[in-house]
Design a protein around this ligand. Structure first.
Ligand SMILES: [Zn+2]
Length: 430
């Protein structure tokens, strides 16, 4: 490059850097140069790459210096740094009680921290959709500092709607009779119920409790017809995991619930403390046919290890859950089931901690943990064509790291800058 042009760009960039840190930089077209690309398509990282971002999209990827960079593109030098897709947390709850703990100020603080930590997309798995619709809109436009938010409309048997969480997320209305928080029975007008869930802005239905296989089939069929995804808890009392898998439910949340494929309950003897690891290794066995069926149907497991880890820390009488959770997640992973990364821990810790647990307690390689929180998360959201990997034409949802996440998954903490929809986010000026 001509020295004059280089200086001009340097000046331009210094000027732009001042604006980075609040909302987004005004940089429209830029090239990250010298980066090592690490994503699901590259089990072996691709070093010395130039990644061109135009507007919200990844426009080009090529080895450094192998093509000229147009003058219209600003340069962002990122030598010795690592480029990964933006992280996806597939299980958050941002609006369970918007009048209290999930008030707007508190929620905005969490969303901002998530974004700066490298999370560019989250899936909210049931809450007040009136609030989530607004947050989702503001996150998409960039009016708030937040990952993009996809959310669900919950359906369950009518009994479930006494649950206090469903009451706080439907204030001013009636729990179980809201478009996004709906009790369903064989008499429900399913065409209307699904249409209303869509109208509430949900990307998917979340099946929660007390639903028969017939009801699950009915919901999935109508949701598919109307273009909505269906997700669920891995067990709905009346429906076993394999019922949900066969019905075409896209993702199953909570690894321990897979146990209910072959059991009616967790044996009381398991709940006593002090069992050695060998006891758990011998006792906790995922049904092989169920795992095989998950693979065949491309069902994604949303293991949520973080939630079970946290329960055990808060209450030692519930430590057994984590022993079960990490083993079932490990067995699903080993069998080749697609696992995504959801936390479900009320944002006490972010998805990076889920990946830490997948690696340290469930036998994931650092690469597969990263894939869980990127490509697999996108698959669970039906967004794999748009995000989750670093490919030309996909949304520029990216994180630049100072350190290699494949060497140590906790290197995800070494965030240099975050890109969401092409916009650059960084706490301090570059
Ligand atoms: Zn949840």
């Amino acid at each position: 490059m001509r020295p004059g042009l280089y200086l001009a760009l340097l000046f331009l960039f210094t000027t732009l850097a001042v604006t980075i840190g609040h909302a987004q930089a005004t940089l429209e077209n830029y090239a990250l140069t010298g980066v090592t690309v690490v994503d699901a398509n590259h089990a072996r990282p691709l070093p010395h790459q130039t990644v061109v971002v135009r507007g919200s999209t990844i426009a080009d990827i090529f080895p450094d210096g192998s093509k000229p960079i147009p003058d219209s593109v600003s340069l962002l030098r990122a030598e010795n740094k690592y480029l990964i897709p933006g992280l996806i947390d597939t299980h958050v709850h941002m609006a369970t009680d918007p009048s209290d703990v999930d008030n707007r100020a508190a929620t905005l603080r969490v969303l901002e921290r998530m974004l700066y930590s490298g999370i560019t997309t989250v899936r909210d798995m049931a809450g007040d959709a009136r609030i989530l619709a607004g947050l989702s809109r503001d996150a998409w436009t960039g009016d708030i500092l937040s990952p993009n938010i996809h959310y669900s409309a919950l359906m369950a048997g009518p009994e479930f709607f006494k649950d206090p969480r469903t009451v706080t997320s439907t204030r001013g209305g009636v729990s179980g009779e809201m478009p996004y928080m709906r009790g369903v029975s064989p008499n429900t007008d399913m065409v209307l119920a699904i249409a209303e869930a869509r109208g509430a802005g949900a990307s998917g239905i979340k099946l929660y409790a007390d639903l028969s296989p017939q009801m699950v089939n009915k919901i999935v069929a109508e949701a598919k017809r109307q273009g909505l995804l269906v997700w669920g808890h891995a067990w709905l009392q009346q429906s076993k995991p394999s019922d949900l898998i066969k019905a075409g439910v896209g993702s199953l949340s909570h690894a321990p619930l897979l146990l209910y494929e072959t059991r009616d309950s967790i044996p009381a003897s398991w709940k006593h403390g002090g069992h050695p690891a060998r006891f758990w290794d011998d006792s906790v066995r995922a049904d092989k046919a169920m795992l095989e069926s998950m693979k065949q149907h491309h069902t994604v497991l949303d293991a949520t290890l973080s939630a079970y880890k946290q329960w055990g820390v808060q209450d030692s009488a519930r430590k057994y859950y984590y022993e079960i959770a990490k083993r079932l997640a490990a067995q699903a992973y080993k069998a080749g089931v697609t696992v995504c990364a959801g936390t479900d821990n009320d944002q006490e810790a972010f998805v990076q901690s889920e990946l830490h647990l997948l690696v340290n307690d469930a036998g994931f390689t650092t690469f597969d943990a990263l894939v869980a929180a990127t490509r697999n998360g996108a698959m669970a959201l039906g967004m794999e064509g748009a995000t989750g990997t670093i490919e030309v034409g996909k949304m520029a949802d990216l994180v630049v790291l100072d350190k290699n996440p494949l060497e140590d998954i906790d290197n995800l903490q070494s965030v240099y800058l975050v890109v969401k929809g092409g916009k650059i986010y960084r706490k301090t000026p570059l």
